[in-house]
Structures are given as structure tokens and as C-alpha cells.
Design a protein around this ligand. Structure first.
Ligand code: DAH
Length: 341
């Protein structure tokens, strides 16, 4: 009997199953009711009483060794199974929020300007960024060699005939007048280019919105009222405007429009440089020469035009001190406008 026990013990120790099924058949073979170890226990009844103690101990050791072996392998197979099982998706988990982008502050301001004018019947029109001399200068009454052309430092692409990056969106009003009959009510947002040194207050690329209103008997008073409406929609109900005489080749008379400071409301603060006023746009009655240049009868029609810089308004509304921020596209800056629409 002792040799049988020893042999079984060796078998138990050497056993290495390949699959859980191997392990199960080994368990049945060794430990099930009629298995090899229980049948040794049967034989134990016939063992000589003097040997019983030792034999009993050995038998128990064998049984324990087999049980331990089976358990170890069972655990090994189980952990292998959980490792190799692909992770199950948890359908009850709340969905992760995908990051939302935000509109660029210049787009926010441009959209606001567009919708303020759209409410009173203006339609948006666009023109090319690369312009010929006619649309950027000549049709707008800038005479050849006139110093007015020096007001804007132009990026020329070709000379004679001159092709340049547009220096203002006033070029779009020429294109609209050439292609449409009055009444005309249009605003033209877009990118413009000037050969200027980049600083906190100037850039060689910036954005403007041009406005144009042409019909019979349009007066300076119509312009004033339209721009007052715009200023109050844009900067708040209490906003006042003032018009200062100015000069542009394409308007006569011309003016600069200021709005009362939307920060201090008038008494003066660092934003309005203690003047109480903030310069917002140029404007004026379209010069009859410009109407005629664009094929509109200046004896029948009149109109007003205006042009404003989007950066300047955005800097004012969002209190941005450096214009270069708009072009750096630093995500930490842009994220701050996620609630603006
Ligand atoms: N084009 C002018 C500029 O870039 C702005 C401007 C002034 C536009 C007066 C107008 C206007 O239509 O009437 O400085």
C-alpha cells in the first residue's frame, strides 16, 4: 500500500494539465467517489492495525496534495481566462462629454453686427480679398497720385495694372452697386490687409464690416438714426452717439462716429482714455462721383455708407488689451468665449 501511495503522490506532483478539461478529468480520476484516492481509503480498512497510524497520515497527505494541486490549477486557469477575455463595455456608464469648440471672438462680434443690420433689412454681401485698383481705389474717388491713397499702405501683388490685397471692405460696395439696382441695403464683412507694423493696436491683417444704403431721398438723418439704432443694439440701450466731421474720398460729407463709453457710461475711464467716448466707425453720404462710377444715377439716388473695424469693437466689448491675441489662436484665450454666440 505504501508504494501505491508514493506512486500516486509522484503522479499528483508531476501533473500539468493543458486545459481545464484535463484538470477536471484528473480530479474525477483521483478524487471522485470511485477515484483512485478514495479506493485507497477503502483498502485502508485492511491495513494492519500497527501500521494504521502512519498509513492514515500518508493517505491524508496524498489527498491534501491532490486537492491542493487541483485548486492551484483551477485558479491559474481562471485568472488566465479573465486576462484574455476582452473588456466588456459597460452600457450603463454615463457617456463622456466630447469637448465643444467655441466661436472665435471676431466671429462672435461679426455675427452680432450682421444680425443687428439684418433685422432692419440689410443683406450680407461679400467680395474678393484680391482686388484691382478700380474697386479698391479709383471707383471710390481716390484720384491717381492723390495723397488720399497714402492713407493706406497697400500690399501690391502686381503693378500696372495694379492688383492688391484689398485695404478695406469699401471695395465690396463698388461691386454691389455695379451689380444691383437701388434700393440697396447691404453689409459686407471681411478680411482686409495693410502694410503696417504689428503691435498691440495694429496688425497687417484685420477685419471690417462695410455698410451701404442707397435709395431715393436718403438723407444724413437716415444715416444718423440707423447708426444710433446699431450703437444701442451693440453697446446697450443707454448708448449715445456723436458724429465728428472727417474726410474720406468716397463720402461727402464724411464723419467719424463715436459711442459713449460702454464701460464708464460717460464720466471717463482708462478704456475711453478719460474722454467718455469711443471711436467706432467712419461714415458719410456716398459721394455722387462714386454712385456715377458704379452706374447709379446720382441725380436720382443718394445713400450713406459706413465702415468699422471688427477687432476694435471686439477689444472694447470683451476688454481685450492686445489685438495680437486674436491671431495667435491660443486655446486658453479662445476657450474664454465658449459662452458667447
Ligand atoms: N474704408 C474706410 C477705412 O477703411 C472706412 C469707411 C469710412 C468706410 C467711411 C465707409 C465710410 O463706407 O463711409 O478706413
Amino acid at each position: 500500500m505504501i508504494s501505491k501511495i508514493q506512486e500516486l503522490l509522484r503522479e499528483v506532483e508531476a501533473f500539468e494539465p493543458q486545459t481545464p478539461a484535463d484538470l477536471e478529468s484528473f480530479r474525477v480520476e483521483m478524487l471522485s467517489k470511485k477515484g483512485r484516492i478514495p479506493s485507497l481509503f477503502q483498502e485502508f480498512k485492511n491495513v494492519d492495525p500497527s501500521q494504521r497510524k502512519e498509513m492514515g497520515a500518508r493517505l491524508n497527505q496524498l489527498k491534501e496534495a491532490a486537492a491542493r494541486k487541483i485548486n492551484e490549477w483551477k485558479e491559474a486557469f481562471e485568472s488566465r481566462e479573465t486576462e484574455s477575455r476582452p473588456e466588456q463595455p459597460d452600457f450603463s456608464m454615463p457617456a463622456g462629454l466630447s469637448p465643444l469648440g467655441s466661436r472665435h471672438p471676431l466671429s462672435v462680434v461679426r455675427n452680432r453686427i450682421n444680425s443687428i443690420f439684418e433685422k432692419i433689412g440689410f443683406v450680407v454681401s461679400e467680395g474678393p480679398e484680391i482686388e484691382d485698383d478700380w474697386h479698391n481705389f479709383s471707383a471710390l474717388n481716390f484720384p491717381e497720385e492723390h495723397p488720399a491713397r497714402d492713407m493706406q499702405d497697400t500690399f501690391f501683388i502686381e503693378k500696372n495694372p495694379d492688383i492688391a490685397l484689398r485695404t478695406h471692405t469699401s471695395s465690396v460696395q463698388v461691386r454691389v452697386m455695379e451689380n444691383q439696382k437701388p434700393p440697396i441695403r447691404t453689409i459686407s464683412p471681411g478680411r482686409v490687409f495693410r502694410n503696417e507694423a504689428i503691435s498691440a493696436r495694429a496688425h497687417c491683417i484685420f477685419h471690417q464690416v462695410e455698410g451701404l444704403y442707397i435709395d431715393e431721398q436718403v438723407s444724413f438723418a437716415d444715416m444718423k438714426q440707423t447708426l444710433l439704432y446699431f450703437a444701442r443694439e451693440m453697446f446697450g440701450e443707454e448708448t449715445q452717439i456723436r458724429l465728428r466731421p472727417s474726410f474720406f474720398p468716397f463720402t461727402e460729407p464724411s464723419a467719424e462716429m463715436d459711442v459713449s463709453c460702454n464701460i464708464c457710461g460717460g464720466p471717463g475711464c482708462p478704456i475711453c482714455k478719460y474722454s467718455g467716448w469711443i471711436e467706432v466707425m467712419g461714415c458719410g453720404m456716398v459721394d455722387p462721383n462714386v454712385l456715377d462710377n458704379c452706374g447709379i444715377d446720382s441725380s436720382k439716388y443718394s445713400g450713406f455708407a459706413f465702415g468699422m473695424g471688427i477687432e476694435r469693437i471686439a477689444m472694447n466689448i470683451f476688454q481685450i488689451k492686445d489685438l495680437r491675441m486674436f491671431f495667435e489662436n491660443d486655446i486658453r484665450f479662445l476657450r474664454q468665449f465658449s459662452s458667447a454666440i
